[in-house]
Design a protein around this ligand. Structure first.
Ligand code: ZN
Length: 324
């Protein structure tokens, strides 16, 4: 009898010790995550705040991180390691490419989403917010599905005003209200991180540029055909038009990608329209081959948000969030 009690008591003690250890580990992991999130955000915020000062980037970065280090009360070797990785990540020369499909038609779901799944890359989907779920546009459900598969969802205005004439007719007040409404609807649907990244709905809509600068984190244009190299204006980012008036061959796409290899560090953005007649099977094959080519030569296929975050930390003062 006594032996039995002894075993039960011993068992209870072991269970208690294990529970204590598990709690301890979980608390540490959570603290570490929070500390790193905070460090990262602090670095971004500080960089933006200091963006108008003419200071040496390296020094500024160290300052930012030294300061933010005090945020964390936990210091482990792992943490220092992760912190150093983050530093490496923001200090190397990198080449990014972002694929953006405009408008968010059903054809995105049929033509590009399978490639997102197959290649495990983001093909950002810029949605006309007021049109979601109508006519031939994707539904919120499909948009969420695309996001779950790894596609970024971007803001392509509320009503898709195209020409500068129309923009002027709408006027700053209404245009801004519509932009904020589109952002609000996207946020209500859970797209908090990207609702303020605008993909302009018209290449000629120059009158809206200063209004967008006041309200959005970034503005991605529908023309330019060149790589964005620092210092770039995050309010009017250049894009390559892919297959707007013909079916592109792989060689042509390769040529665009090679432009990125000509610069030391840069960000190339593509514009695609799933609804265009030129997005044929040949187009999609060439595009898939282009994705493979990017991966072969070390070009990173990233979301617009990823590139913006990177350049916010690493960029020169003109780069950050269109503040200047
Ligand atoms: Zn559009």
């Amino acid at each position: 009898m006594r032996r039995r009690y002894k075993i039960i008591i011993l068992g209870l003690i072991v269970i208690n010790i294990m529970a204590f250890l598990a709690t301890f580990v979980l608390i540490r992991v959570d603290r570490k995550r929070k500390a790193l999130d905070k460090q990262y955000l602090n670095a971004v915020n500080e960089k933006v705040k200091n963006s108008l000062h003419d200071t040496d980037y390296g020094e500024q970065y160290d300052e930012v991180f030294d300061e933010s280090q005090t945020v964390s009360d936990v210091k482990t070797e792992d943490e220092v390691g992760e912190y150093e990785n983050l530093q490496t990540e923001v200090s190397g020369n990198r080449r990014f490419i972002t694929f953006i499909n405009d408008d968010g038609y059903q054809s995105y779901y049929e033509k590009f989403l399978p490639i997102v799944k197959k290649k495990k890359v983001s093909i950002s989907n810029a949605i006309e917010v007021a049109n979601v779920g109508t006519n031939n546009f994707m539904t919120w459900e499909q948009i969420h599905e695309a996001q779950e598969c790894g596609a970024e969802i971007l803001n392509h205005t509320l009503h898709h005003v195209v020409s500068d004439e129309e923009v002027k007719k709408v006027g700053e007040k209404q245009y801004t209200e519509d932009l904020l409404r589109a952002k609000e609807i996207m946020e209500a649907n859970g797209f908090y991180d990207t609702a303020d990244i605008l993909v302009y709905s018209g290449a000629s809509a120059v009158s809206s540029w200063p209004w967008v600068k006041k309200t959005m984190r970034a503005g991605i244009n529908s023309c330019g055909n060149k790589v964005n190299v620092m210092p770039f204006n995050s309010n009017i980012l250049d894009r390559y038009r892919i297959g707007s008036d013909h079916v592109p061959t792989f060689e042509e796409l390769k040529g665009y990608i090679d432009d990125l290899m000509e610069v030391e560090e840069g960000w190339e953005i593509w514009m695609m329209h799933s609804e265009y007649a030129y997005v044929t099977e040949d187009y999609l094959k060439a595009f898939e081959k282009a994705i493979d080519y990017c991966q072969e030569i070390g070009i990173e296929i990233v979301t617009a948000k990823y590139a913006l975050d990177y350049f916010d930390i690493h960029g020169s003062e003109e780069t950050t969030r269109g503040l200047n």
